[in-house]
Design a protein. Structure first.
Length: 404
């Protein structure tokens, strides 16, 4: 790179900006002895892309520009201007359209990763000496990459720390959801005196599927709210422990532990359900492949009518899903509505929803339309089977109380 005393302005209608002046000045102020490995630097920039405000496609273009530099190392003070044609860049970006290519090259310039060194006519080329050495080149100057190496590393480290905090926060949310869900299920199944209905209503908005990208502050607030609810739910069991014989508790808990081995777990985070299916361990038939966000035993207590449609009883989630497929035909639910519900809710929760529709079939004019409405809500994260099951449980318990 040959030092220049004035900024290089862009060719044609492209305007000059203060940011371009600043970026060029920073590139020229680089220590002359600095040397960086271009692919190590590229990985660092890739990690810092969120802080730099560049996209994956822009990184693809930067990668192509780096392949046009013949050396593995970028040395300050050396020739760092690359001048590939658009046709060559299209090939090295796996067929990227020229209009897209120009847009992402402009993004790299705006982000201060490269500097344009435009020729008088806007073309990219180089003047060579009689010996073949490049004396002056017009194209894209990679000098800012060398000059900003330390800045890129600091940004990448900040991104790594942020990702770690997000991972830990997501793990905490997952564990709290799991704990709350299983404790509520246990309390309901054992008939422990507590406001389980209130706990479920409080839990439902905290148990919705998280988007792929969620702000760190939102995760922190969610974890705090879940921790407060977990403390309230745990208190119901602490109060119970104070009123019961410890020896009796131990025996009862041991029996409960053994009796529940074949029951599917109460899992709330979709990733947990997916990872269970993908794990390398063997699965018994009782575990089944389908899972849902509510205990099977509790579902059958709330929706007993679906058992009458089962071919050989319902002991696993797969049995429930298979039976729900038969029931949805009887309800007039189309195959497409059933498939969309399973995709949006998961097979287990979709089967629970069909079982709940069967319980209230006399109240619902169009089960298929109602299911599609719930499917839309599920896609938007606004539907959970919890309130539905709680309502049916209250109705079932009310019928039992009236019968007795």
């Amino acid at each position: 790179m040959h030092p220049i005393s004035t900024p290089t302005t862009p060719f044609g209608r492209r305007p000059m900006s203060l940011a371009l002046v600043t970026n060029q000045a920073a590139a020229e102020a680089c220590p002359p002895d600095r040397v960086v490995h271009k692919w190590t630097l590229f990985r660092t920039i890739t990690e810092a892309k969120a802080r730099l405000g560049i996209s994956d496609r822009a990184l693809t273009v930067l990668n192509a520009l780096l392949t046009c530099h013949p050396e593995l190392e970028l040395k300050a003070g050396s020739q760092l201007v690359v001048y590939p044609s658009n046709a060559l860049l299209t090939t090295r970006t796996h067929g990227m359209a020229e209009a897209t290519l120009r847009r992402h090259m402009a993004a790299l310039v705006d982000a201060g990763l490269v500097v344009r060194r435009d020729s008088p006519n806007g073309k990219r080329y180089a003047h060579r000496s009689a010996a073949g050495a490049v004396e002056q080149a017009f194209g894209f100057d990679l000098a800012p990459l060398v000059a900003r190496e330390e800045e890129f590393e600091a940004l990448a480290e900040a991104c790594r720390q942020e990702r770690r905090r997000m991972m830990l926060a997501r793990e905490r949310v997952t564990i709290l959801r799991r704990d709350i869900g299983k404790l509520i299920a246990l309390g309901l199944e054992e008939g422990i005196a507590a406001d389980w209905d209130g706990f479920m209503r409080a839990f439902e908005p905290l148990n919705r599927r998280l988007p792929r990208s969620v702000p760190e502050g939102h995760l922190s607030r969610l974890a705090s709210d879940l921790a407060a609810l977990a403390a309230d739910v745990s208190k119901a069991f602490e109060d119970l422990a104070k009123t019961q014989n410890p020896n009796g508790n131990a025996a009862h808990n041991d029996a409960q532990h053994q009796n529940s081995k074949t029951e599917p777990p109460f899992e709330n985070e979709p990733g947990l359900r997916e990872s269970r299916g993908a794990s390398g361990g063997s699965h018994t038939k009782a575990e089944g492949k389908a899972q849902a966000s509510f205990p099977l035993r509790l579902v059958l207590r709330a929706c007993p009518a679906i058992v009458d449609y089962a071919k050989q009883g319902i002991t696993t989630w797969d049995d429930l899903v298979e039976t729900a497929d038969l029931v949805r035909r009887a309800l007039g639910v189309s195959p497409s509505a059933w498939a969309e519900a399973r995709e949006a809710m998961g097979a287990g929760d979709a089967a629970i929803t069909i079982a709940a529709l069967l319980e209230r079939v006399e109240e619902i004019t169009s089960p298929g339309g109602y299911l599609r409405s719930l499917t839309t809500r599920a896609r938007n994260g606004a539907y959970s089977v919890g309130p539905l099951i709680m309502s049916l449980l209250r109705a079932a318990d009310g019928k039992k109380a009236a019968a007795s």
